[in-house]
Ligand binder design. Sequence first.
Ligand code: SG4
Ligand code: ZN
Length: 261
Amino acid sequence: HGQNFSYDGDQGPLHWGEEYHSCIGKYQSPINIEEHNVKNVSLSPLRLIGIDNPYQSYVTNTGHTVMLKTNESKAATLSGGPLQDNYVFEQLHFHWGENDYEGSEDLVNNHSFPMEMHAVFYKEDYKSFNEALNHSDGLAILAYLYEVSPQPNPAYEPIVRVLRDIEVMGKRKALQEPLLLESLFVPDIAKMQDYFTYFGSLTTPPCLEVARWIDFKDRQQLSHEQLAAFRDLQTPEGDKLTHNFRPVQPLEDRVVFHNIP
Ligand code: SG4
Ligand code: ZN
């Protein structure tokens, strides 16, 4: 359950709502963030704790994305900013497109980016990720957007290097070295408080409306070759997973906030 979907055709995003009713809900993600239409706010500092220790980590080809988890159950906690409580790191994963001109889920001023990373956290009080999915304040998701650079980004090389070993759906592979989440989550501490935030959903079925999204304005860089490595992963059908982003959804009556550092 929850795996019975794809990014094209009969089971593509336009049909998700037939089986998963939340996918036609009012507060869906992703969205187009229009910078002229955000509400500026000054929230308490967003805090990420525990990310300065390296943790043994592994990646899995889920058939819909490549997902990274650590062997540590509380590798990192997130709090502050728009959040009322502590949120525990569960997993991170990526969304990409078939070329370097599309692939991100959220858009900014209708502009699409070649990749987006989601770091998913669940509310600590709910004890488990699955229990958190039953509550509208269950998840907090950090979203990172990428641009193409001539040089590879060394912080992502440990992940890119093992992708060839997990091309088939269901394959899993440990990273060679313990991973410092800080290198992915806080590339530049000076820019960490500059983000957009809004309430929305999971961007895949079952599209539950349980997520506080935090989209950093800072862009990270990946080379064309690093991006291309993701497109060689395979779908459940054994085709190439060339793209795995959901189209943007109506904002409806939601407000997107911009935190001014
Ligand atoms: C990806 O397919 C993840 O691998 C899923 O994680 C995740 O589902 C799904 O995206 C939706 O998450 O941040 N894009 S998103 O809104 O976290 C969940 C798993 O399948 C439920 C574990
Ligand atoms: Zn995602």
